[in-house]
Design a protein around this ligand. Structure first.
Ligand SMILES: [Zn+2]
Ligand SMILES: [Zn+2]
Length: 283
């Protein structure tokens, strides 16, 4: 498995490649603008070119762009729904511009709507963006913890959306371990992990499982609490991650850490832990 972390673009896109490199990452994830705002200044063309070159030379990849927090592709409110599609379209275009491999989006919140209606809306939103844009950047839906009215906590829901979008080569899913565990999936036993992976196989299909987010969970299984913690220090624990990281069905994937970052050392420690657990070295 290749490993990476979510790195800041606070000092620019090119600096983000340097950060990932200095941490010893194989891959990395970024936001492509302020994750808590709607406004986007146009990307600087020279910076984009420099990023593409730097990234190419570094050998790092895949490069993942995570959608910002505000758009809701399932929104009940028409105005927010349209605004969300526009924002996702804009960010997807930016991801394509920097030649990202993956673009990760949460399926959003249903609010007062039925799950079915919400999932239809997500499918329409994703399909609209992919129809409007060309590009090799694959559009991934991420499973959620299922807090409140969040949709896409369970893989059959995401499978349904992907089927309706009907761009199998351009779409896929990202499985977040913390979210899966919080949504109720058991990841600490061989039987539990087998159940999840059988669900991947029968609903999504291996060709559409593209990426993992590796996060330990602060909340109990089924708590719907989306709170990440350091690998091995949460409820999934080292035993759970050892199972996940040594499973041959997942070995060809990339795992991105979105664990707490108070200092760069936090990322270094978590990367060391996942690498140790992946190789099965004791200690
Ligand atoms: Zn995630
Ligand atoms: Zn999360």
């Amino acid at each position: 498995m290749r490993f990476g972390v979510h790195v800041s673009i606070g000092k620019g896109l090119v600096a983000a490649v340097g950060t990932a490199k200095s941490l010893g990452c194989d891959a990395f994830q970024i936001f492509i603008g302020n994750p808590r705002g709607w406004k986007r200044n146009p990307l600087d063309e020279a910076e984009v070119a420099a990023f593409r070159q730097e990234r190419h030379q570094s050998g790092l990849g895949p490069v993942v762009v995570h959608l910002s927090y505000l758009p809701n592709p399932a929104a009940a409110d028409d105005e927010l729904y349209e605004k969300s599609i526009k924002a996702i379209d804009k960010e997807y275009r930016r991801a394509v511009a920097i030649d990202a491999d993956y673009f990760v989006v949460h399926a959003g919140k249903a609010g007062p709507q039925t799950i079915e209606t919400a999932l239809d809306k997500v499918a329409t939103a994703v399909r609209t963006v992919l129809t409007r844009n060309e590009g090799r950047t694959r559009f991934l839906l991420e499973n959620q913890a299922g807090a409140g009215t969040e949709v896409g906590g369970h893989l059959p829901q995401l499978a349904k959306v992907l089927k309706a979008v009907d761009y199998p080569e351009r779409t896929g899913i990202c499985v977040d371990t913390c979210h899966a565990f919080a949504a109720g999936y058991e990841l600490r036993t061989k039987e539990g992990l087998d159940q999840l992976l059988t669900e991947v196989e029968t609903t999504i299909g291996w060709s559409q499982l593209c990426l993992l987010h590796l996060n330990d969970a602060l909340g109990e299984r089924g708590s719907h609490l989306d709170r990440h913690t350091h690998i091995g220090q949460g409820q999934i624990g080292e035993a759970g991650f050892r199972l996940i990281l040594s499973d041959p069905r997942l070995a060809g994937l990339t795992g991105i850490l979105e664990t707490p970052q108070k200092a760069l050392e936090d990322d270094l420690k978590n990367l060391a832990v996942v690498r140790r657990l992946a190789t099965g070295v004791a200690g």
